[in-house]
Every structure is written in structure tokens, then in C-alpha cells.
Design a binder for this molecule. Structure first.
Ligand SMILES: Cc1cc2nc3c(=O)[nH]c(=O)nc-3n(C[C@H](O)[C@H](O)[C@H](O)COP(=O)(O)OP(=O)(O)OC[C@H]3O[C@@H](n4cnc5c(N)ncnc54)[C@H](O)[C@@H]3O)c2cc1C
Length: 397
């Protein structure tokens, strides 16, 4: 298959997968002067395309995921600088909005459950303030008069994930990243077992001393590796709906997250009147069809929190496969195969974690150790073997 630009004769790094993770890595590595190739048949069209774009370290903090919550807070702190750099180099807006988030319950038991979650989030040192129903409606008048107050989370923001893909692609091009529209069938290794490149589905070989696997849920599709090299990553189907406000429809000024009779639901307003409603979470293998019942349930729950969505146009139902790991945390670091780095398994938080993941992989490629904040998320935790050394040829140029 043809490359979109001429592929360099000897790239330094091949990135397999051009979702938010692969694109962010490619950009950050290429800006250090390395020749980078991204191989993906449809960059940006995986889970990244279906996402809501919440940058939500607080409302995504779950029981038992304290290390992940701490990584998420660190990632959110990096977002403003990452976004400033990205908008400057790409000359494009990403729709990054520091809008905050309001959390409400549909009934009294939802409110009680949210109170417990808020106490847990506060115990982690996260900024979250309790609100009554009246206080939440003062902050967000479009909320239903029946909603039960919950919390205000001033630090949970959002970005437009699709504008983000466009900006990342432009940033990569500005740093001469080459895109190859093909799948990678296998990693190639030399006689010592170290990475020597990849082989595309079309049979074309690309030589490089460093390969980064950022293939989302489909990591295991890449062959040529010894058993036990890749951590288990499974697809978790999610659906979001895209709505558009009509002229007189009430608009939200911040993200609304809610519990509706125990089921989570969110509404993420963009600056142009678009609204993302989500999301389902389904263990259905690689199925990506749209269920009528799931669309109905999302609209029903979103409408119970914000009745004014009746006045919106339903524009799109988007499904994607989140890359889930056994502990819901990402896998970032050198694998046991010299020259092969992994950046996958970002599950519910790949948009949030993109800046910190890209910085960590850029450090590895430059011959530096994994940053402390990422150290708990190396592949060895899920595979039980020691971390491999980088291959020769990965040091900074
Ligand atoms: C409904 C939904 C809502 C979400 N909302 C949020 C949110 O609000 N905030 C947040 O932070 N996260 C959210 N997420 C999670 C986030 O979207 C993912 O964590 C993130 O997109 C993962 O990025 P990725 O680049 O690893 O994977 P992907 O975006 O899936 O990209 C992987 C890429 O790899 C390519 N690929 C796969 N195999 C190969 C191969 N063999 N050769 C070449 N290329 C290959 C694919 O074509 C694809 O483009 C959401 C996800 C879903 C589904």
C-alpha cells in the first residue's frame, strides 16, 4: 500500500497505531529530531474517534485505582502545556475547554452514592465540593428541577477529541512524520532477538531499531513476538451520541456527569453547541454495531438530567473499542524484546493520559528511564518478567 509521503530509508522509530496515543508519541519523538513513521490504515478512527474527550482525573477516580488516579492528576496538570505546544506547532485549535464538571443524581439513592464517591475522591486530596440541588441548578440552569445535587469539580475539563486528532496529525507533519496507510502484520527481529523493524500486511518491510506498539485494543494482532511479550488487552465497546443544539435550545456551560438510577451518564458540551452524550460500556468482543436499546437508554438518562436535549438534533452514534487491561491501567514501557516499547491499554482515559504517555515514551526513546510517575505502569506488572533493555540505536541524535 502506498505511503502518504515518501518513507525515509532508515527511520529511527516506527509507531504502530495512530490513535491519540500513537500520534502523541510520534509528535513528541519527532520533535527531538528523530525520523518517525506511523503505520495505521485509519489514523484517529479507533477509540479516539468515539471518545467524549473528558480530561477528568477526579470524576474518573475509582475505588482501588489510587495509583491510576495519581497518574491521571499528573496527566491533567500537563494538559495546558501540551495543548499550548500542540496548538502552536499545528496552527490548529483543539477545543480544549477548562470548563469544570458538575455531578448530579437523578434520585435520592443516586445522591447518596455520589456522596460516598465524593468522600472517597476528597480522601485522595482531589478538589470536589458538595452541592445541593438548588446550588447545582444555580451553576447550571439547564439541569432538571428534579435532579439531586451532587458535587462541583472545578478541575475536570475537556478537549474536542476529533479536533485533537487533526491537530496531532498536523503537528506530526510539521515534524516530518511519515504516515503509512497499512496495518502492521508482524515485528521483525534480528538474530539476537532485538527489533529490526516491522512487516506490513502488504508484505512491505520497514527497517527501524525502535518500534512502539500503540495499537489500542488490537495489540495482539501484531505477530512475530515471543509468547508473553504482550500484556493482555481486551476490547470494551463504548458508544457516544453526538447532538447539536438548535437555535433556542438550552446550552450547558460545563460537563454534566450523573448517576441515573445507578447508571452513569455524561453530557459534554462543545463551544459550538455540539453535545456528546455517553457512554455505554459493553464486553462484546469486537462487535461495533449500534443497538437501538443502547441509544434509547443513553437519551433517556441524559434527558432525565437535562430535559432541554429534546431540542437538539441527534447527529451521530459513534462506537469504539476501549483498550482494557486487567487492572484498568495503561501499559507503558520497554517490553522484554530489545527495541520494542509498548504504549497501550489506556482504557477509559487515553485522551487524558496522552501527554504523560507521549512524554514517557519520548524519554525511553532518548535513552532515559521511564519517569517516576509512569514507573508503576510498566508491562512487567501484568507479565511478571523483568523489563527489557533498549536496543542499540535508540540513543538521542
Ligand atoms: C465511547 C468512548 C468514550 C471515551 N471517552 C473518553 C474520555 O472522555 N476521556 C478519555 O480520556 N478517554 C476516553 N475514552 C478512552 C479513549 O478513547 C481511549 O483510551 C484512547 O482512544 C486509546 O487510544 P489508542 O491510541 O491507544 O487507541 P485507538 O484510538 O483505538 O487507536 C489505535 C489505532 O491502532 C491502529 N491499529 C490497530 N492494530 C494495528 C496494526 N496491526 N497495524 C497498524 N495499526 C493498527 C488502529 O487502526 C487505531 O487507529 C473513551 C473511549 C470510548 C470508546
Amino acid at each position: 500500500m502506498a505511503a502518504m509521503h515518501e518513507v525515509p530509508a532508515s527511520p529511527d522509530v516506527v509507531v504502530v497505531g495512530g490513535g491519540v496515543i500513537g500520534l502523541s508519541i510520534a509528535w513528541r519523538v519527532a520533535e527531538t529530531g528523530r525520523r518517525v513513521v506511523v503505520v495505521d490504515p485509519a489514523p484517529g478512527r479507533g477509540a479516539t474517534w468515539a471518545a467524549a474527550g473528558m480530561i477528568a482525573p477526579v470524576t474518573e477516580a475509582h475505588y482501588g485505582e489510587e495509583a491510576l488516579a495519581s497518574l491521571a492528576v499528573h496527566a491533567a496538570e500537563r494538559w495546558p502545556a501540551y495543548n499550548t505546544d500542540l496548538e502552536a506547532v499545528s496552527a490548529r485549535g483543539t477545543g480544549y475547554l477548562r470548563c469544570g464538571t458538575i455531578v448530579v443524581g437523578a434520585d435520592r439513592s443516586d445522591r447518596l452514592a455520589l456522596d460516598e464517591i465524593r468522600a472517597y475522591q476528597a480522601s485522595l486530596g482531589l478538589e470536589v465540593t458538595a452541592l445541593s440541588g438548588r446550588e447545582s441548578r444555580e451553576l447550571e440552569p439547564a439541569l432538571s428541577p428534579n435532579s439531586h445535587g451532587g458535587a462541583h469539580v472545578p478541575g475536570d475539563h475537556q478537549v474536542d477529541n476529533r479536533l485533537l486528532v487533526a491537530a496531532l496529525t498536523a503537528a506530526c507533519r510539521a515534524h516530518h512524520v511519515t504516515f503509512v496507510a497499512d496495518r502492521v502484520a508482524a515485528v521483525d527481529r534480528d538474530r539476537t532477538g532485538a527489533v529490526s523493524g516491522v512487516v506490513q500486511d502488504t508484505g512491505i518491510a520497514l527497517r527501524a531499531p525502535t518500534v512502539v506498539l500503540a495499537a489500542g485494543w488490537d495489540l495482539a494482532s501484531v505477530q512475530g513476538l515471543p509468547p508473553g511479550t504482550l500484556p493482555p488487552v481486551r476490547p470494551v465497546k463504548g458508544m457516544t451520541l453526538r447532538l447539536q443544539a438548535r437555535a433556542l435550545a438550552p446550552r450547558l456551560s460545563q460537563t454534566v456527569r450523573g448517576l441515573v438510577h445507578g447508571i452513569p451518564c455524561y453530557l459534554v458540551p462543545r463551544h459550538d453547541g455540539a453535545l456528546v452524550v455517553g457512554a455505554t460500556s459493553e464486553e462484546r468482543g469486537t462487535d461495533q454495531t449500534v443497538d437501538a436499546g443502547a441509544v434509547y437508554a443513553l437519551l433517556r438518562d441524559a434527558r432525565s438530567l437535562v430535559p432541554g436535549i429534546d431540542e437538539y438534533e441527534l447527529v451521530e452514534c459513534a462506537t469504539g473499542l476501549r483498550p482494557g487491561t486487567p487492572d484498568n491501567a495503561p501499559v507503558v514501557g520497554w517490553s522484554s524484546v530489545p527495541g520494542l516499547a509498548l504504549a497501550a491499554g489506556h482504557y477509559r482515559n487515553g485522551i487524558l493520559l496522552a501527554p504523560v504517555t507521549a512524554a514517557a515514551v519520548a524519554d525511553l526513546v532518548a535513552g532515559r528511564p521511564l519517569p517516576d510517575v509512569m514507573a508503576p505502569f510498566g508491562p512487567e506488572r501484568l507479565l511478571g518478567h523483568a523489563r527489557g533493555a533498549p536496543a542499540a540505536g535508540t540513543a538521542a541524535r
